[in-house]
Design a binder for this molecule. Structure first.
Ligand SMILES: [Cu+2]
Length: 574
């Protein structure tokens, strides 16, 4: 009996000590703070070796913070690599908070703590974690970029990721985040994400040579002041509705309570007053801004305003890929006054700073997410303060770069597709007579029966062949926006809502507009999918990058088989 009491006391002591420790995990800056860059971890002798610990900290309001910490204590550092570099990343799982995160159906084989091979267990629980290297064309296999089976549990030995950045990976902004089906949203909302930069954009875009660069990660999180009324300065919004997830529903006005708060490099910009973070730069300084929308569900529509007037932003890259590949001078930029960014996507653009004393803001404008979508209103993110004494940026692009060699492969737009596939996003109320009942989310190959993604199924939804390209037409039959994303490869956006485009860059994430309930045809995009790279061989996923939707089933799997000659060889050698 005595022993039992002692044991109980020890457990209590341990629990309280660890909660204390926990409270100090994942510290975050105050609202209004100066925006600091994530620490840069750079490769040496073509190797980047990093230790990252995934931890969480339960907050008083019931939410959880998540972060990655490197061995020196830096939170969610930038991983800076060159094409061809070897990345060795040791991931330690120190997640503790099992109370949160079950936003989707629990897979039948869920256990909070179960030993097993992290490569094959497929355990998807609130404290499981893994990494996806979003945008990189690396193999979908364990220890590289597999999210179908790879799952690291608390207490597991550090899990090693080891992969080579392809020598022809376009230079630009990529990112890493966990991809545990059913629990991705909570981990992302808590802040589990970081930037990965493939160096050398100045070799593809001369206009960026010599520029100081900044990395801005915009994340969303549960509202810090959920019960506050909107600021007095805002127009009165007629009706305030809650969507099925308890978030503020789109009200179509551009104002009112947002579904989620935003932060910029972890500086929160909370509703209702949106106290802006501070970006310091030198007067009229030109910088390359690399912006990642690491939100779980929030769409961004970025603009820079000087005295309320939108400034031209010189676009140079989308989704890690330099634009205007066909521009032989590699010198052009695409001036835009606002840039839409679905969750998961990135943009890189040249900004010229304000002059000293000028009123300058980085804002996101409202995004109409559809009658079934969340409220993404107009709001400030940061004020841009010009001062001669602003610190120099930590990173600067090379001033006389050697131009990148021209791509060795034929331009994707010029390769005929071997087939056309039709897929569609749709949603279904479990009880059609009860608009408040739960919703299932589907991403279906047309002709198949809509089903929530089943992580335990070994039958891929699509089988393709390496060496080919295909056209995928993706429709949205629901009343809210979805963001299509596929792992391991980029695609060319050929057609958006029936409008033929002539883009000369590829993407890995694209918005698909919502259905208005009236038109004869559903909104659609046409994508040319590139399965030419041998690194795409294997089984991986495509899904909606609104993680709430992904967690609740809006995902499918694709198996890319080796090119014909290779598969024949494999077959005959068996
Ligand atoms: Cu979606």
């Amino acid at each position: 009996m005595k022993i039992t009491l002692w044991a109980a006391a020890a457990v209590l002591f341990l629990a309280s000590c660890c909660q204390l420790l926990n409270a100090q995990q994942c510290p975050r800056p105050q609202a209004g703070s100066v925006v600091e860059e994530p620490e840069d971890l750079r490769s040496h002798d073509s190797v980047l070796e990093v230790q990252l610990t995934a931890s969480d900290a339960a907050q008083a309001d019931g939410s959880s913070r998540y972060c990655y910490t490197d061995s020196a204590g830096h939170e969610s550092p930038n991983l800076r690599v060159h094409p061809g570099d070897l990345v060795i990343l040791h991931l330690t799982n120190q997640l503790t908070d099992v109370s949160r995160g079950n936003t989707g159906p629990m897979p039948a084989h869920t256990h909070a703590h179960a030993a097993g091979d992290p490569c094959s267990s497929g355990i998807m629980s609130p404290v499981s974690t893994n990494l996806h290297f979003h945008g990189l064309t690396i193999p979908p296999v364990c220890h590289q970029d597999d999210v179908m089976k790879t799952s690291v549990q608390p207490g597991d030995a550090p899990f090693e990721y080891r992969f080579r950045v392809p020598a022809d990976e376009p230079p630009g902004l990529y990112w890493y985040h966990p991809h545990i089906h059913g629990f991705s949203k909570e981990q992302l909302l808590g802040g589990a994400s970081g930037a990965m930069i493939v160096e050398g954009i100045e070799r593809a875009k001369k206009a960026t040579a010599g520029l100081p660069e900044r990395v801005f990660i915009i994340r969303d999180q549960d509202l810090i002041n959920p019960n506050a009324p909107p600021a007095k300065s805002e127009p009165v919004v007629p009706k305030f509705l809650i969507d099925r997830d308890g978030d503020a529903a789109n009200n179509g006005t551009g104002f009112g309570k947002p579904a989620k708060d935003l932060s910029i490099n972890y500086v929160p910009v909370p509703y209702p007053d949106y106290p802006p973070a501070t970006i310091e730069m030198r007067p009229e300084e030109k910088q390359l801004w690399r912006v990642l929308n690491a939100s779980a569900i929030t769409y961004l529509n970025l603009a820079v305003l000087f005295n309320h007037s939108p400034q031209p932003l010189g676009l140079v890259a989308m989704d890690g890929v330099p634009m205007n590949q066909n521009d032989s001078l590699k010198d052009s930029v695409d001036p835009q006054t606002h840039i839409g960014l679905p969750p998961g996507s990135r943009v890189e653009f040249i900004v010229t700073g304000p002059s000293e004393g000028e009123d300058a803001l980085l804002v996101t404008r409202t995004v109409d997410t559809g009658p079934g979508g969340e409220n993404d209103p107009n709001r400030m993110l940061a004020k841009i303060v010009a001062s001669g004494s602003a610190a120099e940026t930590r990173s600067k692009l090379e001033s006389s770069p050697e131009p990148l060699p021209p791509p060795s492969e034929t331009w994707l737009g010029a390769v005929p597709p071997v087939r056309i596939r039709h897929l569609y996003f749709s949603e279904k109320l479990i009880d059609p007579n009860d608009p408040t009942s739960a919703v299932e989310f589907y991403l279906t190959v047309d002709g198949e029966e809509p089903k929530m993604f089943d992580m335990s199924s070994d039958v891929p939804n699509i089988v393709a062949q390496q060496g080919t390209v295909e056209d995928w037409i993706i429709e949205n039959r629901s009343r809210e926006l979805h963001a299509f994303h596929i792992h391991q490869l980029h695609f060319l956006l050929l057609d958006y809502m029936g409008r033929q485009l002539n883009e000369d860059f590829v993407r890995d994430t694209v918005n698909v507009p919502y259905y208005d309930g009236r038109s004869l045809a559903y909104p659609r995009v046409r994508l040319r999918m590139d399965f030419r790279d041998p690194n795409t061989v294997g089984t991986f996923v495509y899904h909606c990058h609104l993680l709430e939707h992904e967690d609740k089933g809006m995902m499918g799997s694709i198996q890319v088989k080796p090119a014909q000659s290779q598969s024949d060889h494999v077959a005959s050698s068996r």
